[in-house]
Design a protein around this ligand. Structure first.
Ligand SMILES: [Zn+2]
Length: 477
């Protein structure tokens, strides 16, 4: 059975057929960088990461883009409050974001992290195309708006009718935005206001046959349309985001991209991640259930990243997962058991090749992941397999080949969910780390004899070093 995904656009589970079977394009809306992102965002980024890992595990070549929004209302507000210029302010928070991506092992799969401010020229171009085609207009307040009535299928993604929008049914429309033709029209280019300080661009647009310099900055929605088409082309296979982005953000992306490029559909599969709850409620600072990754690390140390990933994997991305500290601690224990199991199996397996022992569970794992990324089912197959392997181990009837088969399935799960199973919860001592570092230096100096000697010395201490294009990979035997 091929991969099938729930598509928000058609509101049904569909077989996944990429536009180009050789190259799957994936775009995920990234963070607006003005503070630490919360664990709900991290949950979403982890789900996106697992999707890409699964596509790659399934043999697809994937180009995965996650943008960084570095110009937006909240950024301008908070950078001014901090007395910092836009670049200083957003660099600090985008660095924090990228560090968290690395800590959570979500970074390696991403091919491009475009920043909105690097693509302003492309935004001006797309807005010009929309002006030329009658989809946009300059209003008296100095902003350029998208004319929603010019796009007949507007509202389709969110299942909202245009006439309901006109009545302001979305509840998101500010009553004072009276310069627009229709209340649902949204800003493509926000005219300069004093509060923007020194954050502005001064592009010239051709409007009604005249050149007009419109001082201002891009709207948030146009950023994603432009960054995705710049890196992935006018049509993309999979677009991910949190459920709160479905409307209006993603609907607006569709309206902009399809109207500007004339190509449709802009996105073939829209995936939306249901919000993470914390202690049974929506996260909010006022309720005191608002956490960032830093909060978790302050409480549990850096090693919390893998249990957090396990916890996310144990829920389905279309159901609200209820995050609790007890749940995270339980995830850490379960993960520890899996790490220990892998260590024991690897010892029994030695260099023996795998038997067919885990084939059936591997089949179930694959079927579950292909079924709209059913993480809980996939993990259930893993636990059933380890249950049986542990029984055989206890009765001393787990053969080396069976153990190798069990390790192979655990390693597959590890590649897909990023659980660090081969780490077996152990870390290098300072002396061992010094040996690893010395080996890296020896390799840099092409001193192969010394590099081999250090590898053997580490192996004698139960540390397996493998060389990959990213450097040395460490595993405990
Ligand atoms: Zn977006």
């Amino acid at each position: 059975m091929p991969l099938s995904l729930y598509n928000s656009l058609t509101r049904s589970v569909e077989a996944f057929r990429p536009l180009d079977p050789e190259r799957v394009s994936v775009y995920a809306c990234g963070p607006t960088v003005y503070n630490h992102v919360h664990i709900g965002n991290w949950s979403l980024f982890t789900v996106s990461d697992v999707l890409v890992r699964w596509l790659r595990e399934s043999g697809y070549t994937v180009v995965y883009v996650q943008n960084i929004t570095d110009v937006e209302d909240k950024i301008i507000r908070d950078s001014r409050a901090a007395g910092e210029d836009l670049v200083t302010f957003t660099t600090r928070w985008s660095d924090a974001f990228l560090e968290g991506m690395g800590d959570l092992d979500n970074k390696r799969q991403v091919d491009h992290f475009p920043r909105a401010t690097e693509h302003v020229d492309g935004m001006v171009e797309m807005i010009q195309a929309l002006l030329d085609k009658g989809h946009a207009y300059l209003a008296d307040d100095g902003s350029i708006y998208y004319r929603v009535s010019s796009f007949p299928t507007y509202g389709e993604l969110a299942n909202i009718k245009q006439e309901d929008l006109k009545a302001g049914a979305s509840g998101r429309i500010k009553a004072d935005e009276y310069d627009k033709e229709e209340v649902g029209d949204f800003a493509l280019w926000k005219g300069y206001v004093e509060e923007d300080g020194d954050v502005f661009w001064e592009p010239a647009f051709r409007i009604d046959g005249q050149e007009r310099v419109v001082k201002g900055r891009p709207g948030w929605h146009i950023e994603c349309s432009v960054m995705s088409s710049a890196l992935l082309g006018p049509r993309i296979d999979i677009h991910l985001g949190g459920e709160d982005l479905l409307f209006p953000h993603h609907q607006n992306e569709i309206a902009q991209s399809e109207a500007a490029t004339g190509e449709a559909p802009f996105v073939r599969y829209w995936l939306h991640h249901k919000h993470l709850l914390v202690d049974g409620a929506k996260m909010s600072k006022s309720k005191g259930n608002f956490y960032t990754l830093k909060d978790l690390m302050d409480r549990y140390g850096e090693k919390v990243a893998r249990p957090f990933r396990y916890l996310i994997a144990s829920g389905h991305y279309r159901n609200s997962l209820d995050f609790t500290f007890a749940g995270l601690e339980s995830a850490a224990r379960t993960l520890g058991n899996l790490q220990e199991a892998r260590t024991r199996y690897a010892k029994v397996a030695g260099d023996t090749g795998p038997s067919a022992f885990a084939d059936e569970w591997t089949g179930r794992f694959v079927t579950a992941m292909d079924d709209d990324l059913n993480g809980p089912e996939a993990l259930a197959a893993i636990h059933e397999m380890t249950g049986e392997a542990n029984r055989r181990l206890q009765n001393e009837v787990l053969s080396a080949a069976d153990a190798a088969s069990a390790v192979a399935l655990l390693d597959k799960a590890d590649r897909v969910f990023g659980l660090g199973l081969a780490e077996s919860g152990r870390t290098l001592t300072a002396e061992q780390q010094a040996l690893v570092d010395a080996r890296a230096t020896a390799r840099d100096n092409k001193n192969w004899a010394e590099s081999d000697r250090l590898r053997d010395e580490l192996a004698a201490q139960g540390i397996i070093v493998k060389d990959s294009k990213d450097g040395q990979e460490i595993r405990f035997s």
